[in-house]
Design a protein around this ligand. Structure first.
Ligand code: SF4
Length: 371
């Protein structure tokens, strides 16, 4: 049997589902857990897993969509540089995310130069082929931050400037866990990020909040197996870190990648869209990389940008409550009406990793929207 078939084994899936039901059968009240990754939500939706969860198990998506948590003023800053004539390159998902006044796509429609790239190395290649400044609007969590760091450690062209909106997920988990009204009893952590950070990164979190963390992969059986372990640990009152993705994740992670990440970046406080100001949740370029830091090089342009106000319907958006595990997409009255993938009001409806878009595209509002 190939590895792929082993991860899609129907019989094993049924056994895991039965074990999940058996575990939840001993729960005296509903259990709420959170997965902290848009890729987990995609897999849950694609394989129809949510419909198979026991009705007393609530699985919420947390702040695990990098596009969703990029703060509107961060987008405004990039829009301002674009409107002042600088060439911008960024990942495709960022184009349509609304800033307070407009998105990068809106700016492009008005003549700004904004190009989509698929990898950080492309930003360096574009700069090498140009004699003008190129600003790389660098977004995403640990996984993409490592790629940005690698570019800056590899003799980057002098005309490459990084506008960093990178974020560090474990810091946001702290915010969710410390929220006074949180219902989250355990966390399913993203296997790809843990491949870099290692599962050891969650040990202090577990010790502090006395909640289990299970690291899981992205095949449907990975997710089911991770949820089974998570629920069992929640119900046993066992606060520990479990690595349910050992084929890729080690306790110490990828040390070379982590070294590269923190040679280039340092943790700083920053806003996560709709959530909170997250202590040490942003990744800012270290002073040693100031020559490539767009926020330093273009500080005067950023300061000269006109003030912008939030669009009127933004206050209706419930992305923050959803990513904190307090609400679900169908709790937002704009869901599927004023806010749709082709006309997003909030960031969670833009990205393929955004929970509102995932629920909308998979029709989960009717079928599974009321767990
Ligand atoms: S449906 Fe749109 S406006 Fe509502 S929470 Fe989701 S992204 Fe925000």
């Amino acid at each position: 049997m190939t590895a792929q078939l082993a991860f899609r084994d129907v019989a094993r899936g049924r056994l895991l589902q039965a074990r999940l039901e058996q575990a939840m059968g001993r729960a005296s009240q509903p259990v709420t857990v959170m997965h902290v990754c848009g890729s987990h939500e995609q897999a849950i939706a694609r394989y129809g897993l949510r419909a198979r969860f026991p009705s007393n198990l609530l699985v919420q998506m947390g702040p695990g969509c990098p596009v969703c948590v990029t703060d509107a003023p961060e987008i405004d800053a990039c829009v301002a540089l674009a409107q002042q004539g600088l060439r911008i390159v960024t990942y495709g998902d960022m184009l349509r995310v609304p800033g307070r006044a407009m998105s990068l796509e809106d700016a492009r429609a008005r003549g700004a130069r904004v190009d989509v790239i698929y990898a950080a190395t492309q930003a360096a290649d574009i700069a090498r082929g140009s004699d003008e400044p190129v600003v790389f609007f660098a977004t995403g969590f640990e996984t993409t931050a490592v790629a940005t760091a690698a570019v800056l450690l590899s003799n980057p062209p002098p005309n490459l400037f990084v506008l960093s909106a990178h974020k560090w997920v474990p810091a946001a988990m702290d915010v969710v866990a410390s929220a006074p009204d949180t219902r989250i009893e355990g966390y399913l952590a993203a296997g790809h990020a843990a491949t870099i950070t290692g599962h050891g990164v969650f040990e202090s979190f577990v010790a502090k909040y006395r909640r289990p963390v299970v690291v899981a992969g992205f095949e449907p059986l990975d997710i089911l197996a991770g949820l089974v372990l998570l629920v069992e640990h929640v119900l046993d009152g066992s606060a520990t870190v479990v690595n349910a993705f050992p084929r890729c994740v080690k306790r110490e992670g990828n040390r070379r990648a982590m070294d590269a990440l923190f040679r280039v970046f340092e943790a700083s406080d920053g806003e996560w869209r709709g959530i909170a100001r997250v202590s040490r949740g942003n990744l800012s370029l270290r002073a040693a990389y100031a020559a490539h830091d767009a926020s330093v090089r273009f500080a005067a342009k950023l300061a000269a940008a006109p003030a912008v106000a939030e669009r009127a319907d933004a206050s209706e958006c419930r992305c923050g409550g959803i990513m904190m595990g307090l609400q679900k997409p169908t709790d937002c009255r704009l869901f599927g009406k004023a806010c749709r993938p082709e006309a997003p009001v909030g960031a969670c409806m833009v990205s393929t990793e955004g929970v509102c878009r995932i629920w909308h595209e998979h029709g989960l509002a009717d079928a599974e929207g009321s767990p």
